[in-house]
Design a protein around this ligand. Structure first.
Ligand code: CMP
Length: 143
């Protein structure tokens, strides 16, 4: 079980929350829920409705489109932001590639955080742009 203090210290290291004060992080820490997955467990199903975002504390996950792995994420990465932001179904499946511990934040809580913290909104945009660049590079290399 991760304590609130441990959550705050962890969140300080996550790029999404880089410029957020410890006081704000302490509030964010209290609305996160620790959740554990075993290796092979499906955390997100492509096409499902999505109402939460996950930050990886420990372990690795594979992002899959159909049966193809399109990305691998690890500690301090986050996933599940797309369905939260555009209210469309989940764009890909996410499967634990090891024992994985995540912090989960609900759509309502995350939307409130985004309204208050423009820095987090910018960090989300930056990460989406990086994922788009990687995906463009991959499809370029396929041709
Ligand atoms: P969401 O669509 O809510 O659920 C599946 C998640 O997989 C998605 O949000 C992103 O967080 C993640 N994801 C989708 N495509 C990629 C990608 N190309 N690289 C990294 N993560 C991705």
């Amino acid at each position: 079980m991760i304590t609130t203090l441990e959550k705050v210290l962890f969140l300080k290291e996550v790029s999404l929350f880089r410029n957020i004060s410890s006081e704000r992080l302490a509030k964010i820490a209290t609305i996160t829920k620790e959740i554990e997955f075993s290796k092979g467990e499906r955390i997100i199903n492509e096409g499902d409705e999505g109402d939460s975002l996950f930050i990886i504390v420990e372990g690795f996950v594979n992002i899959l489109k159909g049966r193809e792995t399109i990305a691998k994420l690890g500690p301090k990465d986050f996933f599940g932001e797309m369905a939260i932001l555009d209210s469309e179904p989940r764009s890909a499946s996410v499967v634990a590639d090891s024992e994985t511990i995540c912090l989960k934040i609900s759509r309502e809580d995350f939307t409130e955080i985004l309204i208050d913290e423009h820095e987090i909104m910018l960090a989300i945009i930056k990460s989406l742009v990086q994922r788009l660049r990687q995906s463009n590079t991959k499809s370029e290399n396929k041709d």
